[in-house]
Design a protein around this ligand. Structure first.
Ligand SMILES: Cc1cc2nc3c(=O)[nH]c(=O)nc-3n(C[C@H](O)[C@H](O)[C@H](O)COP(=O)(O)O)c2cc1C
Length: 326
């Protein structure tokens, strides 16, 4: 089970364990790849259990940068460095996916040099706290259209730089998650209101990325499915959104948390998000990736055997130890 190959469009994975994105913030001040990045990712790609690395969230436009020394995919000048990164990972036999992100109101104004942008002028309820204490500016429809184009342009850069696939980040209280969650989207135009409207930008981003990268290139989406907060997104919303994404052409649904980010308060058992992945798996035919709380290969095997997901993410264990379970 563990080592059976999985084919996702043009990409074949050598096994079922994925290293999910983990921000290391080891880049240069302008988001370029460094020797530190290459060493860190090569060491994890060398782990024979890891079939694919999803590299840390990379900002698609300057005002979408979350933190200093974050990886950039916002400019053509990033491509050479990213190519060195994908070459280093490929040299060890693993595949590599680029996580495309806009931080929305989680971008610190001290980092981006301006007021942050979000669906609505709402301070994030996210715990632990991210973003500023001042509300973000509400995005205009023109700015939304610009961001959709930015996702597509970033996807093309990733493809040019040798990435095998891209992932659209809509989890952990960042911009697309802010559109999805009723706690942060209070718009009254076609981008807010009921769930269908809160998913409009996701449909547009998936369609624009697909158009830009072509039919055969794998496009994943990471969904922060549930907020685990009163008035927040629910399991029902998560299943509906996953179906929409698959219909729009997403090739992989990667599940994580929303406003509580990658955690559920009070939980750290292996596969703590499995209620979401199990419910989504029943409704979509594309592979489902479950991450959270997996510490051993036995944990991963158990979750696969029980049908909780098709692929299992191992984050903090690989972050701490490149030679995990070797
Ligand atoms: C230090 C750190 C950085 C992270 N950075 C990202 C990120 O860039 N993008 C993302 O989607 N998730 C990020 N995550 C969440 C992880 O991908 C993963 O979902 C989380 O660590 C839970 O899995 P685990 O229990 O196997 O560690 C990060 C988590 C940690 C601990």
């Amino acid at each position: 089970m563990m080592n059976t190959a999985v084919v996702i469009k043009s990409m074949e994975l050598r096994g079922r364990v994925i290293m999910p994105p983990l921000g290391t913030y080891k880049c240069t001040e302008d988001g370029k790849v460094t020797e530190d990045n290459l060493e860190y990712y090569s060491a994890r790609a060398r782990n024979p259990h890891v079939s694919m690395i999803i590299t840390e969230h990379s900002y698609i436009s300057p005002e979408g940068q979350a933190k200093p020394r974050q990886l950039s995919v916002s400019d053509d000048s990033d491509i050479d460095g990213l190519h060195r990164l994908t070459d280093a990972i490929h040299a060890e036999g693993a595949k590599v996916m680029c996580q495309l992100n806009h931080a929305g109101s989680a971008a610190l104004s001290a980092v981006i040099g301006r007021q942050s942008l979000a669906p609505s002028p709402v301070i994030l309820p996210a715990v632990p706290k991210t973003g500023d204490d001042t509300p973000p500016a509400e995005l205009t429809k023109e700015q939304i259209a610009e961001i959709v184009c930015r996702f597509a342009a970033a996807a093309v850069r990733a493809k040019t730089a040798g990435y095998d696939a891209v992932e659209i980040h809509s989890a952990h209280a960042y911009l697309l998650n802010q559109f999805y969650s009723p706690l942060t989207n209070q718009r009254t135009d076609e981008y807010g209101g009921n769930l269908e409207k809160r998913l409009r930008i996701h449909r547009e981003v998936i369609a624009a990325v697909r158009e830009a990268v072509g039919a055969d290139y794998p496009v994943a989406i990471r969904l922060g499915g549930c907020d685990y907060m009163e008035g927040g997104s629910s399991l029902e919303d998560c299943v509906y959104a996953a179906k929409v994404f698959a219909q729009e052409g997403a090739d992989l649904i990667d599940l994580s948390g929303g406003m509580c980010r990658y955690t559920i308060p009070g939980h750290n058992e292996p596969g703590y998000f499995r209620a979401m992945s199990e419910a989504v798996k029943k409704e979509v035919t594309v592979p489902v990736l479950l991450t959270g709380g997996v510490k051993t290969m036995a944990d991963a095997e158990m979750l696969l055997e029980e049908g909780a997901a098709d692929l299992i993410g191992v984050g903090r264990e690989l972050f701490k130890n490149a030679e995990w379970e070797m």
